[in-house]
Design a protein around this ligand. Structure first.
Ligand code: ATP
Ligand code: MG
Length: 393
């Protein structure tokens, strides 16, 4: 029965020139989400309102589900269109609408009419009164409540007339593309896909980098990360995933540095390489799934030592989250099932029994001097292995 959706978005931070960029990015992301839906649609922007018009038959549930993945949308309102054929016809259509949408008529309501076209013969006050009366006549069980109605019947008079009353919550946030781009360090775990999701939710476009260590890590582990990037792209738009062969660096560190420091030193080189790729791709920050205290390499001391190699800001949206809270988000966004598949990740192969939990930066730097001879060359070689996969939902 519905023929369009009115898209509501939060106005906060959407002022002046930003408003245009925000709406433009929102329309782009809506189109991206609609591409995967059955049916043809047109997205329009008029007087600060975004509408999705169905141009053909479409699957209502599928369309709503996909619109729910678009950051920046605060509400999705299914709309019916009515031709302007005079007041009587409008009242009749409104009554039919109420009858279809609200099976149980034991509800309170209010009519909220808006005349975007001032040449309509009745003003909004008159429309509210008259249409309210028509609904009451048709369904005497319904009651008017002007302060806290169960149902707000919106009637918008434009070229056509729009009726809507349902608002399905959107994901909130800001449209991807309205806030620059950052590089996500994406592993096969639970945390980093969630971290990417959360930063994308603030409007940041996401590129990603994954370090693998063949033959110590398998093709299945790599495919799992590609799959996770795809799942993130459902919300974040296409993700350019750089896959970097990290084996030689890992082996070199293993050979030259104390084993309890392997993970932390490895993390520092991952950050360094990620930062180089970030700069080449106009990313303004790095994103990780780190959370204070989760593992030895994420104590406050370890985070400080890892962070020391970075000059770009590092966004760690999960920093204060407990594991359970992270799991909740990953289940909600649909990455959990893939994340818990058991394929080994490059960090777990060489892990020491007792990794340092309070690394000292000076000592770490001293041990990194053991790497001086070959590390620059190995980093360059690793960068040359860059395999780009564009992950799309
Ligand atoms: P995750 O669940 O995201 O794998 P984790 O709990 O396993 O995190 P670590 O392995 O210490 O934690 O990694 C911390 C962060 O470092 C990850 O969230 C991710 O951002 C990044 N990271 C770790 N391993 C890799 C990798 N192989 N490739 C890219 N990034 C990685
Ligand atoms: Mg991990």
């Amino acid at each position: 029965m519905f023929s369009a959706f009115l898209i509501k978005y939060a106005e906060i931070g959407v002022k002046g020139k930003n408003k245009y960029l925000f709406e433009e990015a929102l329309v782009q992301q809506i189109k991206y989400a609609l591409k995967r839906c059955e049916g043809e649609f047109k997205v329009t922007r008029t007087d600060g309102r975004i509408y999705v018009h169905a141009l053909s038959e479409f699957d209502y549930d599928e369309t709503v589900d996909n619109l729910k993945t678009v950051f920046g949308i605060s509400g999705i309102c299914p709309v019916i269109h009515v031709e302007d054929e005079g007041y009587e016809k409008l009242a009749q259509k409104l009554v039919e609408y109420v009858d279809k949408v609200y099976e149980d008529k034991n509800i309170t309501f209010k009519v909220h009419a808006r005349r975007a076209r001032k040449n309509y013969p009745m003003n909004s006050m008159e429309l509210n009164m008259e249409l309210g009366g028509a609904v009451l006549d048709a369904f005497p069980e319904m009651k008017v409540d002007v302060h806290h109605p169960d149902v707000m019947l919106h009637v918008e008079i434009r070229e056509k007339i729009y009726i809507y009353s349902i608002e399905i919550p959107g994901p909130g946030g800001m449209p991807v593309g309205s806030n620059g781009k950052a590089m996500l360090l994406l592993s096969g775990g639970i945390d980093s896909p969630v971290a990417g999701y959360m930063i994308a939710k603030r409007g940041v476009k996401i590129d990603a980098v994954y370090f693998h260590a063949p033959p110590y890590t398998s093709d299945r582990a790599k495919q799992k990360v590609i799959d996770l990037a795809k799942l993130v792209s459902r919300y974040a738009g296409p993700v350019y995933l750089h896959i970097i062969n990290f084996t030689d660096i890992q082996l070199y560190i293993y050979e030259k540095c104390p084993h309890e420091e392997l993970t932390i030193i490895m993390r520092r080189y991952m950050m360094k390489i990620a930062e180089r790729i970030a700069r080449e791709n106009e990313c303004l920050g790095l994103i990780t799934g780190e959370s204070i205290g989760q593992v030895a390499s994420q104590t406050v001391q370890s985070l400080a030592v890892t962070n020391e190699v970075c000059t770009l800001p590092v966004f760690r949206p999960l920093i204060g989250f407990d594991k359970m809270e992270i799991v909740d988000v990953s289940e909600k966004i649909g990455t959990y099932e893939t994340s818990i598949l058991p394929y080994e990740d490059c960090c777990t192969i060489f892990v020491a029994k007792h990794p340092v939990t309070k690394p000292n930066l000076n000592i770490i730097k001293r041990h990194e001097q053991n790497l001086e001879e070959k590390i620059e060359e190995l980093m360059q070689k690793a960068l040359d292995t860059d395999e780009l996969v564009i992950a799309r939902w």
